[in-house]
Design a protein. Sequence first.
Length: 252
Amino acid sequence: GSFGNWSTCSSECGGGVQTRSRECNNPIPQFGGIDCIGDAIKVAECNIQHCPVDGDWGAWGNWSKCSTTCGGGTQLMTKLCDNPRPQYGGAPCEGEDTKSRVCNEQPCPIDGGWSSFGAWSTCSEVCGGGKQTRNRTCDHPKPKFGGVTCAEKDTDLRKCNAQPCPIDGSWSPYGVWGDCSVPCGSGNRTRNRTCSNPEPQFGGSNCTGIVEKTQECNTFACGQFEIIGTDGHPTFDELEGVLLFEGGNSVW
C-alpha cells in the first residue's frame, strides 16, 4: 500500500530520525505469490538544528587591586558565563557576575599645616633696637596617622624700635674761677659748667640746675694788700701804692 505519515522526530534538535512505513497488502501475497519488492520503511533525518546551550558560570577570578591605598576603597571579583557560554538561543547565566568588598580601611596620613601667624609680641626694647616675635602652630590640620609635620620655623622674628634712645644731658665739671671783678673792696668771680657730659640728644632732657657759680673775692679794703706768704697764711701791710713781693704771691 502507500507510505503512511512521517512519525514524530526522535529529537527536538541536534538531529533525529523519523520514519514512515507501508504494508504489502495491496494485495497481500497469497497462494505462493511473491512478496512486495522495496523497503517497507523509509527513514529521514529531522530537527538537525543545534540544540540551545544554556550558559553556566565559570570559577570566580582573583580580587582586583584596591581602588585606594587608604581611607576605604573597593575590590572587585568577577566570573564569566563561559562554562559553557549560552548558544543557539540558550538561557544566560542567572545571578551576579561581580562581587565587591571594602579594602584599605585604615585612615590616610594627614600632613600637618600651619595656622596663620599670631600678633607680634611687644618689642623687647623701647628704643635703640629690639626684637619682637610672632608664632604659628602646626594644627591646621595637625599631622595624624603618620602624616608629615610642618616644615620651616614656627616663629617669625623682626627688628623693632630702631630709633635711638633719648640721651639726657649731664653737667660737665665746673671750670676754673674767673678773674675777680675788682682788685679790692669786695668783688665777684664766676666759674661755669656746660650741659655736655653728654649733651642731650634724641629728645633727652636738658640739664637742670645752675650753669654759673658766683663767689665773693678781694673782700679786703682798697689800700690794704693781702700777701700770701710762703707759709700759706695771709699777712697784711698798710702800704700805699706799693706791692711787696717777699717770697710770695701778691693778690689784689
